[in-house]
Design a protein around this ligand. Structure first.
Ligand SMILES: NC(=O)C1=CN([C@@H]2O[C@H](COP(=O)(O)OP(=O)(O)OC[C@H]3O[C@@H](n4cnc5c(N)ncnc54)[C@H](OP(=O)(O)O)[C@@H]3O)[C@@H](O)[C@H]2O)C=CC1
Ligand SMILES: CC(C)(CO)C(=O)C(=O)O
Length: 302
């Protein structure tokens, strides 16, 4: 007699926004047992990718009491909403559960550890994915589909669980460098698009690209002091990424501004300015943007 087929991995995605909605849909299409845990009600999840629109019939949970432990929890809220996800995290994590923190910025483990049961494995992840929430449950995927995670057995298990399809899970030996390198992509794009309320096409202006380069050069000096191995090559590569995002693509911070939601600036530009202060490295350009973003955020919070 043949063995019964293995049960699909159970995965819960906290936050059905641009990244969570996209990843939940991909996991569902790859055959995993997917629950999305939402703060605002949602009827369906539809993802537009590669010119094709598909609906993913995922299970939707609206309160922690509705869920039980799963194999994988993907935390895809904005970094400032991490604490608010504690109720979900404590219900979803049992023995053998692992939490994958898919957020921009650095310090993923430290940010999430206070809110999960002791001993829960945490896998930080940075996403090379450009996605936009058009409306609740409606996601447009613009370009790219890769998660970078620290190499090790947990990374391998996660890659296996996602069944080798999209997103690509890339284990990296030096995650400190990977996280700061990804942060570079946010330090020009997110503040400038949000403050200007314009899309990524702004970086075709040589002056704007030069300003972004100067912002990133300041940040790379801070990143090196934090142990990341970043240099001029990474700045050039980041500016190349800006040009590769379709001009009608934006940034997660721009989408927040357009929707009147609070901004993630303290975990992006703010993280650079604070680390610069710790190391005695001046960050005047990032500091100026931080002041502007704080003023904007205050207005958005009403
Ligand atoms: N968008 C992009 O292209 C990229 C984003 N990132 C990063 O990924 C992370 C997620 O960003 P993104 O998907 O754009 O953000 P979104 O704002 O689109 O999605 C975040 C979702 O989290 C939900 N949420 C917040 N708190 C809770 C909670 N306590 N319980 C349940 N759901 C909650 C929000 O709910 P509500 O609907 O109520 O707002 C929202 O749906 C960020 O760190 C971002 O910087 C990384 C790469 C690219
Ligand atoms: C790199 C970029 C700008 C891609 O969407 C991003 O990470 C974000 O929107 O936060």
């Amino acid at each position: 007699m043949q063995d019964p087929p293995p049960e699909p991995a159970r995965i819960a995605v906290i936050g059905a926004g641009a990244i969570g909605g996209y990843l939940a849909a991909l996991a569902h299409w790859a055959g995993l047992d997917v629950t999305v845990c939402v703060r605002s009600p949602l009827d369906t999840l539809t993802v537009e990718t590669g010119g094709e629109e598909r609906t993913a019939a995922v299970r939707i949970a609206t309160a922690p009491a509705e869920v039980a432990p799963v194999d994988w929890v993907l935390l895809t809220t904005k970094a400032q909403d991490t604490a608010s996800a504690e109720g979900w995290l404590r219900r979803l994590c049992g023995p053998g559960s692992a939490v994958v923190v898919v957020q921009n910025g650095v310090g993923h483990r430290e940010r999430v550890a206070p809110y999960v049961p002791e001993g829960t494995e945490i896998l930080p992840a940075v996403a090379y994915i450009a996605a936009e929430r058009l409306a609740p449950g409606r996601i447009r995927h613009h370009i790219a589909s890769e998660l970078q995670v620290p190499a090790g057995p947990l990374a391998d298990r996660f890659a296996d669980a996602l069944a080798g399809g999209e997103p690509t899970v890339r284990p990296v030996a030096d995650f400190t460098t990977a996280a700061w390198r990804k942060l570079l992509t946010n330090l020009g794009a997110n503040p400038l698009t949000a403050l200007l309320q314009q899309r990524m096409g702004i970086f075709t202006d040589p002056g704007m690209a030069a300003l972004a380069g100067d912002l990133l050069r300041e940040a790379a000096a801070v990143a090196r002091a934090e142990g990341a191995d970043l240099g001029e090559r990474d700045i050039a590569d980041t500016l190349e990424i800006y040009r590769a995002v379709p001009p009608d693509g934006g940034s997660s911070m721009l989408y927040d501004r357009l929707a009147g939601r609070p901004l993630e600036h303290e975990y992006l530009t703010g993280a650079v300015v604070r680390a610069g202060e710790r190391h005695g490295i001046a960050t005047p350009l990032n500091g100026m943007l931080l002041t502007l973003l704080r003023a904007l955020d205050r207005e958005l919070r009403g």
